[in-house]
Structure formats: structure tokens, C-alpha cells
Ligand binder design. Structure first.
Ligand code: NAI
Length: 332
């Protein structure tokens, strides 16, 4: 039998945490033959609720779940973890300045970075979900210099999956027959969902989405804004933010990273930019990637037309500003 993998979920008493931990315990993230030990972290005001989640995990009698560490101590939570899913953060409350929210998250991610660096397994793979996800991941990277930068990522897979969903609904095809959309940039409303290289499996072979949807106005307008604003639409409908789709996408992100992407398929991940596609190096930016042997590689050589170029640059500019804001919080 395989040794258990230790998976940390921060913010585990929150709503994404509540959807995510049973998925991990059922093998959705790491595979149906991979035992896991869950490490759950939250803050003291949520300690009782966190213990309730632990009780339910026991009650669910998951065969793959070999242990649960539920704690408000960041060192205990980080010790020995192989995968870290960072869902905990400080939410933006009404009337709060952007800088105040950033400042709270910078200090959280700075201290959790140090704990991971000192206590996690050497090859820990980190996925930041909490917003501002790209910039939280960048702060984590800065304050965990001994963790390889390739091991620190943020979640844009939910946006990627939303784009697949929109194309599948529009064409009335199975979502599993659509592939190779791209989310470029920030997990925010400036992200660019790009279908220029996406394809659909049809009875007469694989066809470009651009050939099947001739409506450029829709592809360059409503499609993009629907994906960009889907989070807000969910909040409006549910009075709560996306949780099951966020949790499911976090599982997709880690599963593909660890177990590999299917041949001919890429996915979107927020990763440390090396300057590919003239995106400024040193930002955490969402790119199309393929994964093999536990490592992601940015897909190279895709054409970027003028319309797309502007969108790639716009979301990069926002990330550059966020980075500056985060650094200004460090100086205060
Ligand atoms: P939530 O408010 O239900 O849960 C957050 C949890 O984090 C709470 O239990 C809170 O006590 C905990 N927490 C706060 N500070 C912490 C700390 N320093 N250490 C550990 N835990 C801490 O929020 P929800 O809905 O679960 O969302 C979590 C985050 O994920 C939010 O920042 C949200 O904006 C983000 N998000 C990101 C998505 C993405 O695609 N990247 C999609 C959806 C949400």
C-alpha cells in the first residue's frame, strides 16, 4: 500500500474548506488508491467549527483517510505536509480599502510562508486559493525562498472550467469534449479567457471552437465578461461565493499537477512568470501549462493576436500594481 500523503487545507472551517475536505478524503484530488492525512488549519474564532468538521470527517468513515490534524497552530498544521491548499484569508468587507485588505493578507501569507518553509516536506506543492490569489502566492513565494518557485501556484482552474462550461452550453456539447481554453493573468475581472486555440471533439473529428462559433461578437464580448464576472453572478444567486466549484477545481489543479495532464491537453495555472509571452517575469500569472512527472511547463509558441495581446497586457498591469501595493504593505 502507498504511504499516506499529508494535505494541508487552511481556512478549513470555511465554506470552500467544507466542500473540499470530503473530496480530498474520497480520493478526488490524489487518486482513488492514494491514502491521505488531512491537516486542517483555521483561526481561534473558528476552532469550534473546525472541530465540527473533524467530527464529520470521522463520521464519514472515508477508507482513504488515515488521520486528521485539526488545529489553530500554524506550525503544527504545516509540519510534514506534501500538498498545501491555502484557502484561508481575510475577506474584503464592505467599506474596507483595498490596501487594508491587502495588508491583512500580506501579513497572513508572510507568516504562513515561513511556517511552510520551515516545517513542510521539502517538495511541498502549494496552491493558493484565497484572494487576491496571485498576489498572495507571490508573497508566499517571497517569504519561503527555500521552496522552489515552481512549487508555488495559484488557482485559476475555476475560471478555466467556467470557460469550458460556457463553450459547452453554447454549442450544446459535453463539457468533456471541449479543451484547451486558456485563462491568462489575474484571478480577477481583468483575466482573459481565450478560446483561440480551444477545440471540440465532434463526430467528424476535432474542430476549433472559432470555427464552430462564428459569432465573434459573442466570443470577444459576452463570453469573456460572463467568465470574468461569474464569481459575482454566483454570489448574487447564492448570497454566498462559489464553493463547490472552487473546491472541485482545486482538486483538478492538484490532480493534474501531480498525476499529469492528458496528452494534447493543457490547463490553466497561476505560476511564476519566466517572461513567456512577454508577460513581465516575477509575477504570478495564469498561463496554459502541461504537467508531467509532477512538474508544470508553460505551453510555448501559441499565436497571440492583437486583441489578445491587449488583454494579456491589461491583466499583467493589474498584477504589477497589486505587487506594488503588496510591497508597500510590507514597508508599513
Ligand atoms: P470563508 O470566509 O467561508 O472561509 C475562509 C476561512 O478562512 C474562514 O474559516 C476563516 O476563519 C479562515 N481564515 C481566516 N484567516 C485565516 C488564517 N490566517 N489562517 C487560517 N485560516 C484563516 O471563505 P470561502 O468562501 O471558503 O473562500 C475562501 C477564499 O477563497 C476567499 O479569499 C475567496 O475570495 C477565495 N476564492 C478563490 C477562488 C479562486 O478561484 N481562486 C474562488 C472562490 C473563492
Amino acid at each position: 500500500a502507498k504511504d499516506p500523503v499529508r494535505v494541508l487545507v487552511t481556512g478549513a472551517a470555511g465554506q470552500i474548506g467544507y466542500a473540499l475536505v470530503p473530496m480530498v478524503a474520497r480520493g478526488v484530488m490524489l487518486g482513488p488508491d492514494q491514502p491521505v492525512i488531512l491537516h486542517l488549519l483555521d483561526i481561534p474564532p473558528a476552532a469550534e467549527a473546525l472541530n465540527g468538521v473533524k467530527m464529520e470527517l470521522v463520521d464519514a468513515a472515508f477508507p482513504l483517510l488515515k488521520g486528521v490534524v485539526a488545529t489553530t497552530d500554524v506550525v503544527e498544521a504545516c509540519t510534514g505536509v506534501n500538498v498545501a491548499v491555502m484557502v484561508g484569508g481575510f475577506p474584503r468587507k464592505e467599506g474596507m480599502e483595498r490596501k487594508d485588505v491587502m495588508s491583512k493578507n500580506v501579513s497572513i501569507y508572510k507568516s504562513q510562508a515561513s511556517a511552510l518553509e520551515k516545517h513542510a516536506a521539502a517538495n511541498v506543492k502549494v496552491l493558493v486559493v484565497a484572494n487576491p490569489a496571485n498576489t498572495n502566492a507571490l508573497i508566499l513565494k517571497e517569504f519561503a525562498p527555500s521552496i522552489p518557485e515552481k512549487n508555488i501556484t495559484c488557482l485559476t482552474r475555476l475560471d478555466h472550467n467556467r470557460a469550458l462550461g460556457q463553450i459547452s452550453e453554447r454549442l450544446n456539447v459535453q463539457v468533456s469534449d471541449v479543451k484547451n481554453v486558456i485563462i491568462w493573468g489575474n484571478h480577477s475581472s481583468t483575466q482573459y479567457p481565450d478560446v483561440n486555440h480551444a477545440t471540440v471533439k465532434t463526430p467528424s473529428g476535432e474542430k476549433p471552437v472559432r470555427a464552430l462559433i462564428a459569432d465573434d461578437a459573442w466570443l470577444q464580448g459576452e463570453f469573456i465578461t460572463t467568465v470574468q464576472q461569474r464569481g459575482a453572478a454566483i454570489i448574487k444567486a447564492r448570497k454566498l461565493s462559489s464553493a463547490l466549484s472552487a473546491a472541485s477545481s482545486a482538486c483538478d489543479h492538484i490532480r493534474d499537477w501531480v498525476l499529469g495532464t492528458p496528452e494534447g491537453t493543457w490547463v490553466s495555472m497561476g505560476v511564476y512568470s519566466d517572461g513567456s509571452y512577454n508577460v513581465p517575469a516575477g509575477l504570478i500569472y495564469s498561463f496554459p501549462v502541461t504537467c508531467r512527472n509532477g512538474e508544470w511547463t508553460i505551453v510555448q509558441g501559441l499565436s497571440v493576436d492583437e486583441f489578445s495581446r491587449k488583454k494579456l497586457d491589461l491583466t499583467a498591469e493589474e498584477l504589477t500594481e497589486e505587487k506594488a501595493l503588496a510591497y508597500s504593505c510590507l514597508q508599513d
